[in-house]
Design a protein around this ligand. Structure first.
Ligand code: HEC
Ligand code: HEC
Length: 326
């Protein structure tokens, strides 16, 4: 056998034993590892040993070893969640006790209600009303000032609790008659009244239009004499440019012939009462919410104030009538 591997070879220069490995005439010395390095190595071994005893480490068939400290993500999560629910319980109690008025006045309750309402809206309402609550055909926009059934926070709350034509005993209900399908109006009368209704919307309606009388007899009770809408019946306002089902003559003919009856589900018993209150606050805060004492009739337009022309035209042009004369 080759005795090259067994015989000790001593390096001539340093007097240190070699490992027997040689590259291009250079031989590797068999120096022991430095002491500091060995210590670091031992400490690392001890550390890793302690770590796998104390922390979850080795995978097993059903999970992993638990570790003696009992530390794991689930415990951490539970602790964090317990903390959150304590805090939540605190404000939930405050919220439940507060009236809508109180909530509006309390910045923190209002912010929390809005956040909770926004989250619940995404989960439950956005499918029909859109994520931004802007609605779509047949689904009202909840950001605008146009309300079918009322835009105070209490009215919205009621709509949410019981729904519209939802089948709930307390639901808001009304039925626009099927004037065409049931033969209450002749097709020509329907076209006439449709032209009048479109005229109400774009302000071209005249009292002597053939549809005017038909409107007064058949429609005004639910949509108002001037098309301003009647909230007790959810009769949409017709004298504006906001339409649920479209504002062309054809759209109106379709609605008068064979009306659609929008259904808004009820949420009492499906969402918890406080969530419904948060939703009411949220929807009310979207921009179109009304104050409790909203006038029933549109405010009369203030006539244009007479123009005051006691300043020189040059001053008016640069918008600073108080500027000293040049
Ligand atoms: C299945 C579709 C659908 C869902 C889901 C839905 N809505 Fe509606 N919602 C409607 C329809 C349709 C109307 C209009 C009913 C009508 O024509 O009178 C409506 C009307 C409303 C109104 C009354 C608007 C007005 O002008 O008076 C409010 C407020 C409202 N929804 C809020 C919500 C909120 C908040 C949610 C979620 C909790 C929600 N809706 C979920 C379909 C839906
Ligand atoms: C009994 C009450 C009632 C009567 C009477 C009635 N309507 Fe309606 N009308 C409604 C209701 C309620 C709606 C809303 C339906 C919905 O929300 O789905 C509506 C919706 C409409 C719409 C759709 C509005 C939009 O924004 O898209 C038009 C147009 C309309 N009615 C026209 C008429 C005309 C014209 C007449 C008379 C020939 C008439 N209505 C009679 C209750 C009535």
């Amino acid at each position: 056998m080759n005795d090259h591997h067994t015989k000790k070879e001593i390096d001539q220069v340093s007097g240190v034993e070699t490992t027997g490995h040689e590259w291009d005439g250079l031989k590797e010395l068999n120096n022991p590892a430095p002491r500091w390095w060995l210590w670091v190595f031992y400490i690392c071994c001890l550390w890793s040993f302690a770590y796998w005893v104390m922390y979850p480490a080795w995978p097993t068939l059903t999970g992993a070893t638990k570790g003696t400290l009992g530390v794991n993500q689930h415990v951490e999560l539970e602790r964090a969640q317990a903390e959150i629910s304590v805090r939540r319980a605190q404000w939930a109690e405050d919220f439940a006790k507060a009236s809508f008025d109180d909530i509006k006045k309390d910045e923190k309750l209002f912010a929390v209600a809005r956040a909770g309402g926004a989250a619940a809206f995404k989960d439950n309402c956005a499918t029909c009303h859109g994520t931004g609550a802007a609605g779509g055909k047949g689904y009202p926009n909840l950001n605008d000032d146009d309300w079918l059934w009322g835009g105070t926070v209490e009215e919205i709350h009621q709509t949410l609790l019981y729904g519209i034509r939802s089948g709930h005993d307390e639901a808001r209900t009304s039925q626009m008659p099927a004037f065409g399908r049931d033969g209450l109006l002749k097709p020509t009368e329907i076209t006439d009244v449709a032209h009048y209704v479109v005229g109400l919307s774009d302000h071209t309606a005249k009292a002597d239009m053939p549809g005017a009388a038909i409107y007064a007899t058949n429609c005004a009770s639910c949509h108002g004499d001037a098309g301003q809408g009647v909230r007790d019946f959810g009769g949409p306002r017709l004298n504006d440019a906001i339409w649920l089902y479209g504002g062309t003559v054809d759209d109106v003919v379709a609605q008068v012939t064979n009306p659609r009856h929008g259904v808004m589900p009820y949420w009492s018993g499906r969402l918890d009462p406080q969530t419904i209150r948060q939703l009411a606050v949220y929807v009310h805060s979207l921009g179109g919410g009304e104050e409790a004492k909203a006038p029933d009739v549109p405010v009369e337009q203030v006539p244009n104030a007479p123009a005051v022309s006691d300043t020189a035209p040059e001053d008016n042009q640069n918008g600073s009538s108080n500027a000293p004369a040049p």
